[in-house]
Write a protein that binds this ligand. Structure first.
Ligand code: MN
Length: 344
């Protein structure tokens, strides 16, 4: 009845409203693979992959070749036994993590339709909605301040500011934003851009100017766990990992070695299965969690909205990519200001 029959991949591309600039990377468009998982009785589960070469090492064209291999692994499985399908797709964790996320989510989406229960309730139904931040890329001081002020006035109380290419201008920009948006909360993301000493110069400067930083994300390079620990131990703000955590094994090591106050889970890095494992690791170790995104449009953001509302595991939600893309309408969730409500 609820057996997996077919898997279809569809190419989609969305342009950014303005070029999205982070440390050593400028994106003008987001290329996605939307996944349709067909069950025998006509139900179609939806998922979406936003690949990342920078973070996952994924390249667009080769990903298409995984369709057949993935279908072979899960064909005939019953989505009501979704852990069996997850387990098969876990084999693609290293080679195609974003597709792993999309296909695992499509399995849940198909099950959701099959049993008449929204995905966020299948996952626990912890919250009715989540509140997203708004991300402001690297830009001139004037543009950064204008965008920050605009987002804050629109009701985005948490502003995520990208830094990491030039320490002195980063400090000036963030101080200017703090002055222009009193009452806002700030997440600072360096995307691997600083050395540990530069990261500490940045946080010292914020502290001297009484700027509260809610989270300082991935200040140093991806494999520099010692550097991350050093920054964590010597700065007054919570320090966390994004690029350094892809699998549950990365999370385990970072927690065990006391490198992080929080972890940024992204379904596109970990899929649903490892994301669920990292949630439980973080809960066990009293580590904070945020959830982030790559360049997902509506279908892709819905995956994280359902996951975050269902598990209720996250202190901060950085699920704004569909706002930054042209014509990326919500699918399966509803937007009210900075609130994202999971729908059916
Ligand atoms: Mn990040």
């Amino acid at each position: 009845m609820s057996k997996i029959q077919d898997l279809v991949f569809k190419e989609e591309e969305y342009k950014y409203n303005q070029p999205f600039h982070i440390t050593n990377s400028v994106s003008t468009a987001s290329r996605l693979i939307t996944v349709k998982l067909h069950l025998k009785q006509g139900i179609v589960g939806l998922g979406q992959a936003s690949l990342s070469f920078r973070v996952n090492g994924e390249v667009y064209q080769p990903l298409w070749h995984y369709r057949e291999a993935m279908l072979n692994k899960i064909h005939g499985l019953d989505v009501r036994n979704y852990r069996r399908a997850f387990r098969e797709i876990d084999g693609f964790s290293r080679t195609a993590p974003s597709l792993k996320a999309a296909v695992q989510y499509a399995v849940l989406d198909a099950l959701s339709q099959d049993c008449g229960l929204p995905v966020f309730q299948l996952l626990g139904g912890a919250r009715d909605y989540v509140e997203t931040d708004m991300t402001i890329g690297i830009d001139s001081r004037e543009n950064t301040v204008n965008r920050a002020r605009e987002a804050f006035e629109q009701g985005f109380e948490v502003l995520k500011l990208k830094v990491g290419e030039d320490l002195n201008t980063d400090i000036e920009r963030v101080l200017a934003v703090a002055e222009a948006t009193p009452g806002a909360e700030y997440i600072i993301d360096a995307n691997l851009g600083y050395t540990p000493k530069q990261a500490l110069r940045f946080t010292d400067s914020m502290y001297q100017h009484d700027v509260e930083i809610a989270l300082f994300e991935q200040p140093v390079s991806v494999h520099d766990f010692a550097g991350l620990r050093l920054v964590r131990q010597h700065c007054p703000y919570p320090v966390g990992a994004d690029e350094s955590v892809k699998s549950k094994y990365d999370a385990w090591r970072l927690i065990e070695e006391e490198c992080v106050d929080f972890i940024n889970i992204k379904l596109m890095k970990s899929g649903i299965s490892d994301a669920l494992a990292i949630v439980e690791q973080a809960r066990s170790a009293d580590i904070g969690l945020m959830i982030g995104c790559m360049g997902e449009a509506g279908i892709g953001i819905n995956q994280s909205v359902q996951f975050a509302a269902g598990t209720g595991a996250f202190s901060y939600h950085d699920l704004d990519s569909a706002f930054l893309l042209q014509d990326a309408d919500p699918v399966g969730y509803r937007v009210e200001g900075n609130r994202l409500y999971p729908g059916y």
